[in-house]
Design a protein around this ligand. Structure first.
Ligand code: SF4
Length: 260
């Protein structure tokens, strides 16, 4: 178990102050270090390494959030993003709980896949910890990389099991959630992939879905791969045209799956 009395340290990649894209209102976005996935289109490969970034305490982030509080207004707050905030599940839990104690609105921007040790899994601490994380989260931004086991494995190099576990717990919680998916030309920019996303979401009717947003694949991260000396897997694929995105988003908007 996490010792709640001890200073809890995690690893920070970076901050964005006054972010407007990752949840409602003006937000402090905390990009945590580490990610278990290896998405083919990832534009932040510098966040992957769990021992990268710099050490940071819950108290340090709370102090920064307090300084920004006047900007949050009635709708803003703090978003935990990454990398993947569930790569450091115990730090993320401690931080979310501390933010809630301060009365600050919390958003978790995640792909749903966490990193736990084998013994934590054996003792089923993973579902208990994710449940506690959901309880301290006002709004989840869930990036559904792909809604099928084969598609998820092909895109991320990892199993869909983490996403399945996460969304089932969120469903049981009746979680407020925004759904996101990146659309890549030639990979998932077609009707059958959209239908698979719809079929997947229909399995979880108790989710309080506020938005379903399709995001266009872009090539802005390519230079980071060059800097890191990693081959870029989608080098042959161009950005998604705006008209194609608009057409697919129109289809998604017709699903009537969101709460008003
Ligand atoms: S989940 Fe995000 S940070 Fe992780 S590999 Fe995928 S795109 Fe990159």
């Amino acid at each position: 178990m996490t010792d709640q009395a001890a200073p809890i340290t995690g690893r920070l990649h970076s901050y964005e102050t006054l972010g407007t894209l990752d949840g409602p209102g003006l937000r402090l976005v905390v990009f945590l270090q580490g990610c278990p996935l290896r998405c083919l289109y990832c534009h932040n490969p510098d966040t992957w390494d769990l021992v990268g970034g710099r050490p940071i305490t819950v108290a340090e982030i709370i102090a920064k959030a307090q300084r920004m509080r006047p900007y949050f207004g009635t709708t803003g707050g703090v978003t935990l993003s990454g990398g993947e905030p569930l790569a450091q599940p115990h730090f993320t839990l401690a931080l979310l709980q501390a933010l809630k104690r301060e009365g600050i609105h919390t958003v978790l921007d995640t792909s749903g896949t966490a990193i736990f040790t084998a013994s934590e899994r054996a003792q089923d601490q993973d579902s208990a910890t994710i449940q506690a994380i959901l309880d301290a989260t006002d709004l989840v931004l869930l990036d559904i990389k792909a809604p099928t086991a084969t598609g998820f494995q092909a895109l991320t190099g990892r199993s869909i099991a983490g996403l399945e576990q996460f969304i089932e717990l969120a469903h049981a919680n009746g979680q407020a959630i925004w759904i996101r998916q990146v659309i890549v030309p030639g990979m998932n920019d077609n009707q059958s992939d959209l239908k698979a996303l719809r079929d997947f979401l229909q399995r979880f009717p108790r989710l309080q879905i506020g938005k379903i947003e399709l995001l266009p694949y872009h090539t802005l991260g390519v230079s980071k791969y060059k800097q890191l000396g990693i081959p870029y897997p989608l080098a042959e694929i161009g950005a998604l045209p705006a008209e194609k995105l608009a057409e697919l988003q129109q289809e998604v908007d017709s699903w009537s799956m969101t709460v008003k």
